[in-house]
Design a protein around this ligand. Structure first.
Ligand code: PMV
Length: 324
């Protein structure tokens, strides 16, 4: 019996300029570029074991057998790895998050980043960061941004080879914190894979895509210059534009809860009062509130006091996906 085994870790990331919509759904080639920050203390740890005798891939997620849809998605991804490595063995995959399941922190970014690294290593491949980022993208678009370190940018690209993420600043470039205000732990009915597919039904998507390069430039520059004011404005604008597209898609995607709006309004008024805070929201109701490290405790405490906020999880910027 031959067992080829490897373990890797990766951090989830929060998008500062959002990815929403694809020009190629199968390859997950995005309609626009995006920028994100890896979330340091949050982590997925994945072990892949190829087994000669296994008849199919088998995924154990946070201690439980994954559901059929997740297993199917993993098999499509593992077929890609097998093709790259020229092998036919199936794998036993064990994946654990160190953050609680169902708190609305997108785990697909860290999941597919850790899986890309562990699976290719276990298959005997040694891919470059760029090759890994491309591969991770095919599992979950945002996962390509969890391969490089710190603050990363996903270059759009209209082919598989041209579409990958790279680091634009290391984790210690800017000591920002993401205070994640959890307002709901429910599983969302329409996930991002389906969401990307209906993005084009919104009459607003074309103009969101057309103006994305300008927001990417402002975000990249404000990040590099640590200019919080301009960073805050572009991050909120981009978030609002993505949610405007979601709300005007067919079917309508309305991810916000009442508490989501309360937090948005609170963050806006705190900033008017001089506090360096801004919000961003992914495909769910929980709100990511970004601020400099020195005010993180104050921000987390203020968020905890808003009715509807169940808990606040704080994370700083994190490194690259790694073999352990
Ligand atoms: O990687 P996916 O398919 O889960 O899509 C992620 C979509 C957003 O989280 C809403 C935005 C982003 O850029 O991460």
């Amino acid at each position: 019996m031959t067992i080829k085994k490897a373990t890797a870790t990766a951090h989830p990331n929060i998008a500062l300029i959002k990815y929403w919509g694809n020009i190629d759904h199968e390859l997950r080639l995005p309609s626009n570029g995006s920028i994100s920050m890896n979330l340091g203390c949050l982590e997925t740890r994945t072990t892949v074991m190829f087994k000669l005798e296994a008849k199919s891939d088998n995924l154990v997620l946070n201690g439980k057998a994954a559901d059929l849809d997740a297993q199917k998605r993993i098999t499509v991804f593992m077929n890609r790895v097998r093709e790259l490595a020229g092998i036919t063995d199936h794998a036993h995959i064990v994946s654990e998050n160190n953050f609680p399941a169902g708190v609305g922190i997108a785990s697909s970014s860290s999941a597919y980043a850790a899986l890309s690294l562990a699976a290719t290593k276990a298959a005997g491949l040694s891919l470059s960061e760029r090759e890994l980022s491309r591969l991770a993208r095919t599992g979950s678009g945002s996962a390509c941004r969890s391969i490089p370190e710190g603050f990363t940018e996903w270059i759009t690209g209209d082919t598989h080879n041209k579409s990958y993420a790279e680091s634009i600043a290391p984790p210690d470039h800017w000591n920002l914190k993401d205070c994640i205000a959890i307002v709901s732990q429910d599983h969302k009915e329409i996930g991002s894979t389906q969401g990307h597919e209906i993005a084009e039904t919104s009459p607003l998507q074309a103009s969101r895509i057309a103006s994305a390069p300008e927001r990417l430039d402002i975000c990249r520059q404000s990040l590099l210059e640590r200019d919080f004011k301009s960073f805050a404005e572009v991050v909120e604008l981009d978030c609002n534009m993505m949610h405007a597209v979601m709300m005007t898609s067919n079917p309508t995607l309305l991810y916000w809860e009442a508490a989501t709006l309360s937090i948005i309004k609170a963050v806006q008024s705190w900033r008017m009062d001089g506090l360096q805070v801004c919000y961003t929201i992914d495909a769910g109701p929980n709100v990511h509130v970004l601020c400099p490290n020195d005010i993180r405790a104050e921000v987390a405490e203020k968020l905890s006091g808003i009715p509807g906020v169940q808990k606040v999880i704080t994370a700083g910027s994190g490194g690259r996906a790694q073999i352990i």
